[in-house]
Design a protein around this ligand. Structure first.
Ligand code: PEP
Ligand code: MN
Length: 363
């Protein structure tokens, strides 16, 4: 079920923003020098609108650099004063939130580990009550769209209207190319359920490695996301956290130059007509797909009855494995993605077995 909450479009609270919202800055603020130097370099490009810098760092295990703490807020204030960039940091409890508000930061964000905890989100929301803060909410580490929405709703309930979602990927359950699995489906689900929520992408935490930043950023724009949060450090090789995924400001600008920013709509009659034509082809192909599935199910029904009459089980593993292998390789020859065909036939098979057992159990 969709949720209609009061969310102000970014353009209303950042009227000077002409491009997608770009937030850039180091994973962690380390020294005043590093914070200021990185900010001065980033401020040279007008596409960078907000400077990020982690001050309190949630680390997976204790012992690594846990952030510079409160003094970092002073550096952020200095960045704002000197460069004119807006500034923001992550808050993970009530005390951080109080301090960040007192320092007058422009943006606060809730990190992925915190979003996963409704207690923490509520504690932060209670401090934010009655303020006009801009709050961004990263997805929780687990791919639970309801939990992500729940955090946004908690903030909405205390009167926060300048809200943004940040897609930063999900903890993978097996070794993957990326550090965090970008389950684009979760973004689509969030957009469907909260259509008026601006959502930006954090390619840095999805990628884990610099080399993947560009493909993920482009994908975010292809999907119609509203901006990016990218980690940038004046010298990533000696960053105290997330060294492998940060870019120098100069490399960030190069990456931005290559990205194609797409519009959801264009004012072009010829384009609209062509799109309309292609969409109607899709509509009729989908009808054909459904008709084929329905005929297939009719055959499954007959098989179920036949197996029942002969007292044979619904599931025959060898047949299933053979079918799956054949379908996947046939699909590959037709340029269909292997995983897609596997998942599709898993679903079809699951429902066929369900149908057959239903027939067998019927009186
Ligand atoms: C970060 O932005 O530096 C950070 C810790 O991100 P996340 O909460 O997405 O892990
Ligand atoms: Mn980081």
């Amino acid at each position: 079920m969709g949720v209609e909450i009061d969310i102000k479009p970014i353009k209303e609270w950042l009227p000077k923003l002409n491009n997608p919202l770009l937030i850039a800055g180091p994973c962690s603020l380390e020294t005043e020098e590093q914070a200021m130097d990185t900010a001065r370099q980033l401020a040279k490009d007008p596409r960078v609108f907000v400077y990020r810098g982690g001050v309190w760092k949630p680390r997976t295990r204790p012992g690594s650099f846990e952030g510079i703490g409160t003094v970092g807020l002073e550096w952020l204030k200095q960045v704002k004063q000197e460069t004119g960039l807006l500034v923001g940091t992550e808050v993970a409890n009530a005390q951080h939130t109080e301090e960040a508000l007192k320092a007058g930061l422009d943006v606060l964000w809730i990190g992925a580990r915190s979003t996963a905890s409704p207690f923490v989100v509520q504690e932060i929301a209670d401090v934010l009550k009655g303020t006009d803060a801009v709050v961004m909410v990263k997805n929780p580490v687990n791919p639970d769209t309801q939990l992500w929405m729940g955090a946004i709703e908690r903030l909405s309930k205390v009167g926060i209207t300048k809200l943004v979602g940040i897609h930063r990927g999900f903890t993978p359950f097996r070794e993957t190319k990326y550090r965090n699995y970008p389950n684009w489906q979760s973004f689509i689900e969030l957009r469907r359920l909260m259509p008026n929520l601006p959502v930006i992408c954090d390619p840095s935490h999805i990628a884990g490695k610099r080399e993947y930043l560009s493909e993920i950023s482009q994908k975010a724009f292809d999907m119609g996301m509203d901006g990016l949060m990218i980690e940038s450090h004046r010298d990533p090789s000696c960053a105290l956290s997330d060294a492998a995924q940060q870019l120098t400001p100069a490399d960030l600008f190069k990456l931005l130059d290559k990205l194609v920013i797409r519009n959801e709509k264009v004012d072009n009659k010829q384009f609209e007509d062509q799109l309309e034509m292609l969409r109607s082809r899709i509509d009729s192909l989908d009808t054909e797909l459904l008709e084929i599935l329905s005929s297939r199910m009719e055959v499954v029904r007959q098989i179920g009855q036949y197996k029942k009459d002969n007292n044979v089980t619904a599931l025959q593993m060898s047949r299933w494995t053979e079918l799956m292998n054949k379908r996947v390789s046939a699909g590959e020859k037709m340029n269909l993605n292997r995983t897609f065909v596997q998942i599709l036939f898993q679903l079809i098979h699951e429902d066929s077995v369900r149908m057959q057992t239903e027939i067998m159990d019927a009186e």
